[in-house]
Design a protein around this ligand. Structure first.
Ligand SMILES: [Mn+2]
Length: 319
């Protein structure tokens, strides 16, 4: 079902809706989900947003974040996956969605799977917010300033403040519409990008000073052990974005940021430009994402993960 009016009719025919997004939530997952829940509530529909993980500190400025829940004894008519398109991506809250008799999916990720009867996935969209706004716009849905602020957070963060190649004219038109509704990019930039702790800034300095390269600088990476991360006193949420600096290296096609979140568990962010698809190695390594931004989690020590990930990316670099 791809008719946007049918999808909206299907969603708003439910009396109760559960919404869940991917683990390690970002501004897009939170913004799109909380915005949809807020709109549905304004229409008298019981809507709840579920997350396995706590809301990262840098997103606590967003409206309605206090309403995100981690469990439920209630049941819902409709379960929607937001900013992901597979139940395996939402972690511990998956059973809440799975238990619903009807399913929906609003997303922009690869690989495009088949979850949900009410399904709208646009892979070229900058963000789940943009996909949701396709639906809202097609149905002339009204929303308030707080909803606009939630939507703006997703647009700003998934586009790296409107800098990434996923920005289209439509992305900017939607941003303009959100400004007309009272939202602005400025608070998002302030809270998400420019409110770093001293430890996080020093970690950034360490990362820049310790970049390693392979394949004539086409692959650049930094791998950080748990001990090292702990020595900077930064939480998991504060390491996101640090890896984006690695991609600034001239001639770099794939930038890899690996950090050991607990002993034997390594989170990997893969970043690239349009000319190299990092979702391919990420998929092989059990993760996924987009051409220019993917991720995976490996169950192995950091030294081993470093070798495995660099070797896999190098294999795609040659082919
Ligand atoms: Mn997204």
């Amino acid at each position: 079902m791809t008719d946007l009016r049918d999808i909206w009719k299907g969603i708003t025919s439910a009396e109760s809706v559960a919404i869940a997004f991917h683990v390690s939530p970002d501004g897009d997952a939170l913004g799109s989900s909380l915005a949809l829940a807020r709109i549905l509530r304004s229409m008298g529909i019981r809507a709840e947003v579920f997350s396995q993980d706590e809301v990262p500190e840098s997103y606590l400025f967003m409206p309605d974040v206090d309403k995100v829940r981690s469990d439920s004894r209630d049941t819902f008519d409709l379960g929607i996956l937001m900013d992901c398109n597979s139940l395996s991506r939402v972690g511990a809250v998956a059973p809440i969605i799975e238990a619903c008799p009807l399913h929906g999916c609003i997303d922009h990720h690869l690989p495009n799977e088949t979850f949900g009867e009410l399904r709208y996935v646009r892979e070229k969209a900058s963000s789940a917010v943009e996909v949701l706004m396709d639906i809202l716009t097609a149905n002339n849905v009204e929303y308030d300033a707080d909803t606009a602020k939630l939507l703006m957070t997703g647009l700003v963060t998934d586009t790296g403040v409107f800098r990434f190649s996923n920005v289209s004219a439509l992305t900017l038109r939607y941003a303009a519409a959100l400004m007309d509704h009272g939202a602005s990019a400025e608070p998002v930039v302030h809270y998400v990008y420019e409110s770093r702790s001293l430890g996080a800034l020093k970690l950034q300095g360490y990362v820049l000073s310790n970049i390693k390269t392979a394949c004539d600088g086409k692959i650049a990476w930094v791998a950080l052990s748990k001990e090292l991360l702990d020595s900077f006193g930064v939480g998991e949420g504060e390491t996101s974005g640090v890896g984006d600096h690695i991609r600034k290296l001239k001639g770099c096609k794939a930038a890899l940021f690996m950090r050991e979140t607990e002993k034997g568990k390594v989170k990997v962010s893969l970043r690239s430009r349009e000319d190299f698809d990092v979702s391919k190695p990420a998929n092989i390594l059990g993760g996924g994402g987009h051409v220019c931004a993917s991720g995976c989690t490996l169950d192995m020590p950091i030294d081993e993960a470093e070798k495995v990930v660099v070797a896999e990316v190098a294999r795609w670099m040659d082919s």
